[in-house]
Design a protein around this ligand. Sequence first.
Ligand code: M6R
Length: 605
Amino acid sequence: MCGIVGAVAQRNIVPVLIEGLRRLEYRGYDSCGVAVLAGGEPRRARSVARVADLDEQVRETHLEGFTGIAHTRWATHGAPVTNNAHPIFSRNALALVHNGIIENYESLREMLRGKGYEFVSQTDTEVIAHLIHSLYRGDLFVAVREAVQQLHGAYAIAVEHKDQPNTVVGARQGSPLVVGLGQGENFLASDALALAGSTEHFIFLEEGDVCELTLERVRVADRDGRDVEREVRTVAAYGGAVELGPYRHFMQKEIFEQPRAISDTIPQADSFDASLFGDAAARAFGEIDNLLILACGTSYYSGLTAKYWLESIAKIPTQVEIASEYRYRDSVPNPKSLVVVISQSGETADTLAALKHAQSLGHRHTLSVCNVGTSAMVRLTELSFLTHAGREIGVASTKAFTTQLVALFVLAATLGKLRGHVDASLEAQYVRQLRHLPAALNSVLALEPQIIAWSEDFSRKENALFLGRGLHYPIALEGALKLKEISYIHAEAYPAGELKHGPLALVTEAMPVVTVAPNDALLEKLKSNMQEVRARGGELYVFADSDTRIVSEEGLHVIRMPEHYGVLSPILHVVPLQLLAYHTACSRGTDVDKPRNLAKSVTVE
Ligand code: M6R
């Protein structure tokens, strides 16, 4: 999964391409590169550092041109080294950038080797470049159309050829690609955000489309080669730099933005109405008798938390499944299911594919809980609820998670009300609790200095266990994911009752055990599980509600949460875990906002 940008213009286009790459770094940052046509063979600059380094290179080498393509890479085939960085050349005549995975690249490579093409990278992408080159007879559009017929897998590509200096050709199948329409200039990008400031007019290409951009014209052909008119949509994407303010990293800033993000996400009305989810929601909610939630990573954990709410508040059977598993297994479709997809980006390939799979099985009612209103996921679902977290830049998701929890709680309360399980007084109580959340979160954020003190200990560990029970088990999972993702400490989460069935064998004096201890019905059970850890010498780090009577002693460290928060407690208890991961990562000196091997948006499977 990578980001691509391309442009044909009558001005030096390199600064626009570089700025586009900066905005697409959320799609991967293993390497980046740009290639321009400026009379004669294409010229390129590539870097295995960040876009800032590429920018320096292009300035030093005066790389300029009116036609260009650029790429930011998340490595799939081939290590993140310069040789594998895009743009990839074919015989110094053609340059190409690619987002996706070509599944039949081995057979294509053999075929192209037979034609005398030499391969200099380990990428699957190089076959596309040579394939198009081998088919080129003076018309790049035609060559690309012929080439894509032979590709199996996912791709969004942008290509330029030295013999057509004012042309960029693009194609997509399985990976996103938008055309940006300018005045006397035209653009291509993986995401409209990359072109903010250059245009607000976009064509969202459809599966199988091939397009040709020249200065005055954009031509689109569908998968059958027929010229087609695609709808032009106006999208005012905000591309301005997001300021870091007083924070060290975007992750820290985003953790502290949670009170605001949550207050923006809580519906303004004092009642839970189906219309919060779209015009068709009242009818759809009346036709369902169960939920199927599909998501990945942190969004999956918000789904797991929601299952507890949906089954206890709305009494509606709920199944939660990892999207990448659901899409490939035989499942039994149920026309009375509401399929709920949860995603910060709305572009996660596995979740999108799972949604399409569910639809292909006949599921009519679909709902997205998403942070990006223009995303493919929102466009594909019947109903939607937008979280208003604002742009999340840190790869580790924080405010997107807590706002998803708010959205899903609202869903549970709404379905509970419709199904007769939430009466007016309970509804008023839920509304009050939601409204109090931002203030409660501010009190939790004030625990930061105590958490910093713990993070010093954690930064010297290589393993950690996280425990939770019931509604807070998914919160333990999320805490462990945060820690491993940004501090590179191996962390596992378990429902505390499961400890004795295996993981207890891992517990020694060297094993910190983080415990989420709200004052709920399972507290006494959880205390017994904590004793099991202490008896084996394990060091406990407990986030306990104020009224739990868990006190610090030898081997037992306690941070007291400011208040007990009932049914919405997961939204508060996850915040200290975010801060613990963040400060541990800072102590270890990792690249917190861009942890190794990851990307913000996972747009390949
Ligand atoms: O954009 P999405 O919410 O669909 O992304 C899903 C996961 O890739 C994402 O939550 C990932 O697990 C985060 N980096 C975790 O912090």
